[in-house]
Design a protein around this ligand. Sequence first.
Ligand SMILES: Cc1cc2nc3c(=O)[nH]c(=O)nc-3n(C[C@H](O)[C@H](O)[C@H](O)COP(=O)(O)OP(=O)(O)OC[C@H]3O[C@@H](n4cnc5c(N)ncnc54)[C@H](O)[C@@H]3O)c2cc1C
Length: 418
Amino acid sequence: MTLPPTPRFDVVVVGGGIVGLATAHAVARTGRSVAVVEREPRLANHQTGNNSNVIHSGLYYAPGGLKARLAVAGCAETVAFCREHDLPHEVTGKLVVATEPEELPRMAELARRGVANGVEAHELDQAGMRVHEPHVRGIAALHVPSTGICDYRLVAEKIGELVQKEGGEIHLGVTVARLVRRASDVVVRTDGGDLLATQVVACAGLRCDELATASGADPGIRIVPFRGEYTGFRPPADQLVRGLIYPVPDPAFPFLGVHATRGVDGSVHAGPNAVLALAREGYSWGTIRPKELLATLTYPGMVRLARTHWRYGIGEMVRSLSTRQMVKQIQRMLPDVRAEHLEPAGAGVRAQAVRRDGSLVDDFLFVEQPPVAGGRGGAGSVLHVLNAPSPAATAALPIGREILERLTGERIAPLGAA
Ligand SMILES: Cc1cc2nc3c(=O)[nH]c(=O)nc-3n(C[C@H](O)[C@H](O)[C@H](O)COP(=O)(O)OP(=O)(O)OC[C@H]3O[C@@H](n4cnc5c(N)ncnc54)[C@H](O)[C@@H]3O)c2cc1C
């Protein structure tokens, strides 16, 4: 009896979140064969399907960094993609609101970043901000017209459809255990058998460091899962928010602070906060995986991070467990909100890369495992995406093209460009 040959592809992508799918789509557009391997029974089940659904403008990010370049491009491209495929979206604009005088210099710095990144932003006084959001309290604000909203689960599913249309394959419910590099290809070892790939891209989100280590790479970071919980606004409080209302972020953290967002379905929620998740996919306090938690708590980077930011961490935990404290935080920008208006509205878990010295990786991070001796033209290499937090959903389409270029040297035009 002859066994069927092991399936072979030019590129295998691990992870069916929006980054993996956008990468597979960029590869498929060049005519190369591609397969996406996703361990869940459906696409976009983790960060991509559980986030704020904001199309970020690119305002916040350090000029010259990957986040700035790819988010600005991604903002326009995501809107165009939603328009082309008739997916729900809206360019709502947003307000970044300063509630205390000490936030004004940080707000001015954001405006400077906006200019450097080519993002339009206008400074507003109290009267100006109330034109956009009549119920907001603050002393000044930045208005960013290009920010929008969409549904990233739908965007990811549509990209998945396009991958298949271009001849790519999507394998659901298959877990990749490790990647073995050889002279001219990579063996993708899964719980459903092996696949062969000339090159592999690992976009494994909350498990990217685990897969890198299992594949013999030194990721240099550990993923620390930070849960972000959302609070829904019941009527009549949902009328207090027209679009997107953000605080001025604290530059010590890569998170943007609890914001109020009206989604494409019209519902309003506030969040996400940032509490340590007790498992990689720890969507509630009740989901605890002792082995994973112990590994997080004993990681030197986590110990150092906790030592520096314990006060902030405890504050976030208290706000997570006490509605009264959460209400107080929301009331800083929306004083008319009351506890009886609020209800839990789900959570997402961020895959945040932390270095051994306790610093949080701010920019997107790609680490290449080069081909073993003898590999030519990139054959046998693996590219690990080791930090793709917000705004990577916004930036996913340009990230996919960036990764394609790193793999093959080939540049392709944005979708829809002539
Ligand atoms: C609370 C929250 C709010 C956010 N808000 C926004 C926002 O408003 N705007 C924005 O642009 N970004 C936002 N983000 C960030 C955005 O969601 C992420 O940057 C983006 O979804 C990352 O996509 P990904 O494909 O890298 O990861 P994921 O979507 O997590 O996908 C990774 C996939 O890999 C799979 N996988 C893991 N290990 C394996 C394995 N061994 N074998 C096979 N498959 C595997 C997982 O099952 C998963 O489906 C937010 C994130 C969170 C958590």
